[in-house]
Design a protein. Sequence first.
Length: 542
Amino acid sequence: MRTLFHVNPFQPRVSAFWLALLCALVGWAFVRTAAVTEDAFITFRVVDNALHGYGLVWNIGERVQPYTHPLWALLLLTASGVTGDIFQTALLLSLLLTLTCAALVVRHSQGVWTAIWAVLALLFSEAFVEYSSAALENALANALVAAMLVAWRVYPPELGRRVWVAALCGGLLVITRHDFALLAAPAMLVLFAKTQGRARWAVLAAGALPLVTWSAFSLIYYGSLWPNSAYAKLNNGLSLGESFAASEAYFADLIKYDAVTALVIVAAALRAMWHGKWQMRSLALGLVLYLGYLGTAGGDYMAGRLFCTPFVMAVAMLAMNVRLRWWWNAPLWIVLTLALGLQRGWMVLNVHPHAEVRKMSQHAWMYPITGWLSPQRMVDFRNMPWAEAGLKAKAEKHAVVAKCAVGLYGFEAGPGVFIVDPLAITDGFLSRLPSKKPAYPGHYERAFPAGYLQTVSAGQNQLIDPALKTLYDQTQLLARAPLFDAARWRAIWSLNTGGASALVAQAKYDPNATFTPGLSQSSNDMLSCMGQLDPLLTVRLR
């Protein structure tokens, strides 16, 4: 078995010809399959608001952070400010980052056959193909994690020169998505421990500075160190056992539909633990910690999204440390990858192979609407009902609405429509409340407390429960008061040191009392919205 993980201590160079050919294959696959997912339009609306001078906000006048990927949002904002087109810019940025990731892995592979296998693994991974182009954080995170591994290999701590580059990539990875800290932290700690003298402090500064800088901005601007989406999805009221039980479907979907991704992650972790040095073992520990975290978070509803970047790390770990030979182990690795990749349909060949049977696949149902090459795509996406409803709300000048699945709707509705989100991704008050049970992973709906919709519609606190009334006032101070107002900073301190939990514990609040204004409750299904099983349900409040 050890011969399958033969390591050449020298690093052969992959020629420019193979580098160009293999990267061209990745680029072709990207363009052929590229489609923006519904959740990306949440960030698009924030970017659009910022470009129009309203700030990095979801609803005008409320400083709430609904996006989970600060660095990606800032990069997209900067580039879109130049191009003037958020959708096309997101896809072009994702393509450039994906090619960068592929080039780093190929260039630093242990020979041509290893590079060929690495690219095949990327192309036969549904997680990689689907989410590299989804206009979420994945393309940026993939490039950063590949760059981190390359920098660590090229500038090892023993040399004491430029080793901080690896730490900087790790630090940027953390503010690309905060929970990627679990992927990078073991490696960064080992890197810090192995460096000596000034290099150690350079590593510490490079690794910590991105997070410290963003956290300071986030605390001042949003009043919180964490994105609101983190509260919405992690503050769900589920026990640890319930969370692990909920995550089973997410892991099972990966194994069933994306065996290449699952096997490569496991193989890289086992190989690093069993036959690796301290560098590799710390990376393997990061993989294990991150997968454990996904279990505690209850998984997700977008198949492959949260496995994409760990998979790229695993591919890079193997490509940079395993030498494949054409006469022995290369055929075995390549044939196994092809067999597993073709088992459930190959996405590069059929861009939405699971459209009817796999509800976790965003790509399956979004490609016809947002696919880069889709002949059905329209400039304003009006052939998607959610986009059509958003355009209607904009045309009819709806002022306040309640809506689940707010991304594409919110982007097309524009800044003039204030959107109440029962899933609490964009709502700083509802995200502090526990969600209904049973809950569908990633869709943790909150019931509207008595008086809440009247409060939002009138702009005056009409909540009935005294504790929730106080909580709402405090969240509004964070979102609306002048940045350096003394009362706002007292509220920031209170809400970030357990005050929100204490108020919720005092409140009389039934998380399962979901309802639609004007309609009786009809369903408590995990996927129901405001008590209804209609994903297009939109309620005009004003």
